[in-house]
Design a binder for this molecule. Structure first.
Ligand code: IDC
Length: 338
């Protein structure tokens, strides 16, 4: 009887100790992640190995990408950016500047170009004010080869890096998604052509796209990183379409010490529409957590498509509550509040 009691007490004691240890481990993992999610008051970013850094320690960026700035300019406003930081828990926003589509930067004429530049200036200012890092994204898409508009790109990045030389929260994404048989060699040539222009004015992080809609991050070489500091390479995924074989690519890239930044992802199909796949999305997020990789979800708009974060019937441009969001939006909101 007595022995039984003692044994019982022993079991309870050990269980308590193990629970305490487990809680401690969980808590320290949580604070480690919370620590690396500092906002843009942490100042200039740099890259050390595969890790994004600020003030000498790892930092992780999580945020949202706008839809095309020409089509959904209304979400670039001070209140919206404030609530992305204060309410959503973002420390990153991405300004998607389509280059070749309708009213793209290279195809939409002079007054359109002027309006887009103005919007980018406002976006960077609102981001800075609200402690968000901001990606300026040269959003090539139907113009699959970044060399197509390389002169315009050079002039644009000269303007941007000069205009934002005093801003330590700006990240330059020089080509969204090279596609259509574009090789890494061609992307490399483009990057070599653009990077020196930016580096004249800024040491900011530069994101370089990879072949096949920025999926082949495992098939690149990293000589750019030998020539210039603070270079990262992008991988994009849409969880409904891209599953285990793409996660394997990410792992190969990490094993090869390639610094990866997920500057765009969605949890639906690669079309930006269709069914969302939370199971696949959560699998991706687990991997990104393992490697402390930064990410940015597509897209901050109320377009009637499942990648949009805001419900299509909701027309306000800030002041969103969880119930104003689509299934993608709610999933992301919950992810950030974990
Ligand atoms: C999609 C938009 C859609 C738009 C289309 C063409 O969601 O509303 O009509 O572009 O402009 C990407 C691209 C991104 C795509 C997105 C979804 O970077 O521009 O946006 N996607 O298709 N790569 C993979 C998916």
């Amino acid at each position: 009887m007595n022995h039984g009691k003692k044994y019982f007490r022993f079991i309870i004691k050990s269980a308590t100790i193990y629970t305490l240890i487990a809680l401690l481990v969980l808590f320290s993992a949580h604070t480690a992640h919370a620590k690396s999610l500092r906002d843009a008051s942490a100042g200039a970013l740099s890259v050390d190995g595969t890790q994004l850094m600020a003030q000498g320690s790892p930092i992780r960026l999580k945020g949202v990408s706008t839809h095309g700035l020409s089509w959904y300019p209304q979400y670039v406003n001070d209140d919206m950016f404030k609530e992305l930081h204060d309410k959503w828990g973002c420390n990153l926003v991405r300004l998607a500047l389509y280059t070749a589509e309708y009213n793209g930067y290279c195809t939409g004429g002079a007054s359109n170009k002027k309006a887009l530049k103005k919007l980018i200036k406002q976006g960077v200012k609102y981001a800075k004010k609200n402690k968000l890092y901001v990606i300026i994204d040269w959003h090539i898409l139907s113009d699959g080869n970044p060399l197509t508009h390389k002169k315009a790109a050079k002039a644009f990045f000269k303007w941007a890096s000069k205009s934002f030389a005093g801003y330590d929260n700006v990240i330059y994404e020089i080509c969204n998604e090279p596609n259509g048989n574009v090789t890494w060699k061609q992307i490399y040539a483009y990057a070599k052509y653009i990077i020196p222009t930016i580096r004249k004015y800024s040491d900011g992080v530069i994101l370089v796209g990879t072949p096949n809609w920025s999926q082949d991050v495992d098939l690149i070489t990293t000589e750019l990183s030998d020539k210039w500091n603070n270079i990262m390479y992008t991988m994009h995924f849409y969880a409904g379409t891209h599953k285990d074989s793409y996660i394997a690519k990410l792992k190969r890239a990490q094993n090869a010490k390639i610094p990866v930044f997920i500057s765009e992802f969605g949890i639906c199909n690669a079309s930006g529409n269709g069914k969302i796949n939370k199971k696949s999305a959560n699998k991706w997020v687990n991997e990104l957590d393992n490697y402390n990789i930064s990410y940015c979800i597509w897209n901050l708009s109320n377009k009637n498509e499942s990648s949009a974060l805001i419900k299509s019937g909701v027309t306000k441009t800030h002041g969103f509550t969880r119930k104003n969001l689509t299934a993608s939006g709610k999933w992301f909101w919950d992810l950030l509040s974990q």
